[in-house]
Design a protein. Structure first.
Length: 559
């Protein structure tokens, strides 16, 4: 009778697999560590190591470095190595971070991978109406007075953040369009519908049938424009649609629109400064340089962050040379927002940024001053993304030199969300920032970070009450679940510590007066010092008890 077959196993298991009692294949790094993104390290004292095979061209010499046994991967070496494109892509994504955090807390009850709190609607605002297959002239949807009212709302609540439209030019088109309302729709109708739809979004807490008709009409016109070389008006309308979908739509639909917008920008030549020595198509000379730069900057900003959120590729235009626009007089933070683009582009997964570069960028962003809530939330969102990338290097945020600055930035983001909620301005980061902050605070796992959880949860709860959608309710419930799982894990740790202390209790220390008891015990143990002082003439007046009680001064933070 033959012996039963034995289970095959690796000769040596890595440290994480050994600690977690997981099956290891002995590779460097092994498959489980690659999957769960652990630091795959092997003990230096291991007597058996997996044999490596030499390259076909290499001489099989025992002393040859090319056939040496696999070396031990030190944690510091792993942290200094930039993550690959796939790991960086996941590190940029907030939803992926939430998923990994939940798996680390409780793998059995971790919520699924989902775009929690991406905006407050996630498609619900447009889902209550039936999509229409054809467009309508904007003059058939709203009157000129309604258009002017929605235009005012657009410029008061939206344009000062994403400013890429000349108001005087827009008002001139409004007057001309309603004077000739019987004419067929023109390409500029897509701009008018986009402006009116965003104005309606910022004016009405609940969706309206008029807003839906405006959105669908602009969508139909833009679909028709795909067969032609785009004009500046069409590109402007695409940026408006992308902005609206970022505020209200589903992630996939918005990302697709942002990619199309970037390609339309390239087709129109709006991503380059005009050159006289180029034979490539150039933007029309009637395009204002400042507007061209603003259109491209906002389109790029939207595409970058939607691609990061979804863990997908962004559209990087070849040889883009557009300069930063100049600030407008009055209320305008568009340039302030676009100044973050170099830091955002630095997080591109295809760019192997080092930990030192990321920390330098983080400090630069933390030191910036942003003057309006939407811009402050964009700053906070960028900070959180850089923190996620730093954690992919196994760098702890809790013990960093910028820990306090990070918490200050988090408080600023929460206050900005509260301000926008009170003003009924449903910017896409209004729900996303509080939810992401909660996850980062749990990951930091310090007393000072956990102390900010109540404010973040209160903000998210108020948003869910005001914008009562499935998206906000789901985000609030998921945040509560993460905190609950975190608490249960801490309770298990505390129970284990209590069991150890039950077997090995601390002597002469009470819970109420532990510090005093410790000092009393210390005084008794230091009796030999009194004897020593008595034997030294120069220390006859030295008060040992007073010296030992100096600890109370330090405990009181007097110094």
């Amino acid at each position: 009778m033959s012996d039963p077959p034995k289970r095959k196993r690796s000769r040596v298991a890595c440290d994480p697999c050994r600690n977690l009692k997981r099956k290891c294949d002995g590779a460097a790094p092994c498959t489980p560590c690659l999957r769960f993104e652990y630091d795959c390290t092997y003990q230096q004292t291991a007597t058996r190591r997996k044999r490596t095979h030499p390259e076909p061209d290499a001489a099989p010499s025992p002393a040859s470095p090319s056939v040496a046994r696999p070396s031990v991967v030190h944690p510091s070496a792993v942290a200094a190595t930039p993550p690959g494109p796939v790991s960086s892509l996941e590190a940029n994504s907030g939803p992926a971070f939430v998923r990994r955090l939940a798996l680390a807390i409780d793998p059995n009850n971790a919520p699924r991978m989902h775009m929690f709190a991406w905006n407050v609607f996630l498609g619900a605002r447009d889902a209550v109406y039936t999509p229409e297959s054809t467009h309508q002239p904007v003059t058939d949807i709203i009157s000129q007075r309604e258009m002017e009212a929605l235009t005012d709302a657009y410029f008061q609540k939206f344009d000062f953040v994403y400013g890429f439209i000349d108001r005087r030019d827009l008002e001139r088109h409004i007057g001309t369009r309603w004077q000739n309302s019987s004419a067929n729709s023109t390409q500029y109708d897509a701009v008018l519908c986009g402006v009116a739809a965003i104005g309606s979004l910022f004016s009405n807490l609940q969706p309206t049938a008029t807003e839906h008709r405006l959105v669908q009409s602009a969508r139909a016109l833009l679909q028709q424009s795909l067969t032609q070389i785009p004009t500046t008006s069409i590109v402007t309308a695409w940026v408006l649609r992308t902005s609206y979908l970022k505020l209200t739509g589903t992630p996939h639909e918005a990302w697709m629109a942002s990619c199309t917008t970037m390609h339309m920008v390239e087709a129109a030549g709006l991503h380059c400064e005009p050159r006289t020595d180029s034979v490539l198509p150039l933007p029309s000379h009637d395009v204002d340089p400042e507007l061209r730069r603003r259109i491209f900057g906002v389109a790029q900003h939207l595409n970058i962050w939607m691609s990061y959120d979804l863990g997908r590729s962004r559209v990087s235009l070849h040889k883009a040379t557009t300069l930063l626009p100049s600030p407008r007089p009055g209320r305008d933070i568009t340039v302030e927002l676009l100044e973050l683009l170099p830091y955002s582009a630095m997080l591109d997964p295809e760019r192997a940024s080092t930990a030192a570069e990321l920390e330098s960028a983080l400090l630069s962003v933390l030191d910036r001053t942003h003057t309006a809530p939407p811009s402050q939330m964009a700053q906070c969102n960028l900070v959180l993304c850089i923190c996620r990338r730093l954690q992919s290097f196994n760098i702890s945020l809790s013990g960093s030199s910028y820990h306090d600055k990070l918490l200050t930035q988090i408080r600023s983001g929460i206050r900005a969300a509260e301000t926008l909620l009170e003003a009924r301005m449903p910017w896409h980061h209004m729900a996303n920032v509080p939810f992401s902050v909660i996850c980062v605070l749990l990951a930091m796992d310090t007393l000072s970070s956990l102390a900010q959880l109540p404010d973040a949860m209160q903000s998210l709860s108020r948003i869910a009450q005001t914008y009562s959608t499935e998206a906000t309710r789901e985000a609030l419930e998921t945040a509560s679940l993460l905190i609950y799982l975190y608490q249960k894990r801490k309770e298990k740790c505390t129970a284990r510590l209590n069991e150890v202390l039950r077997l090995y209790p601390v002597r002469n220390v009470t819970e109420a007066g532990g510090a005093d008891a410790t000092r009393s015990q210390a005084s008794e143990d230091m009796g030999w010092l009194n004897d020593l002082v008595a034997e030294i003439p120069n220390l006859q007046d030295f008060d040992v008890d007073q010296f030992l009680n100096l600890g109370s001064v330090f405990d009181g933070n007097v110094i």
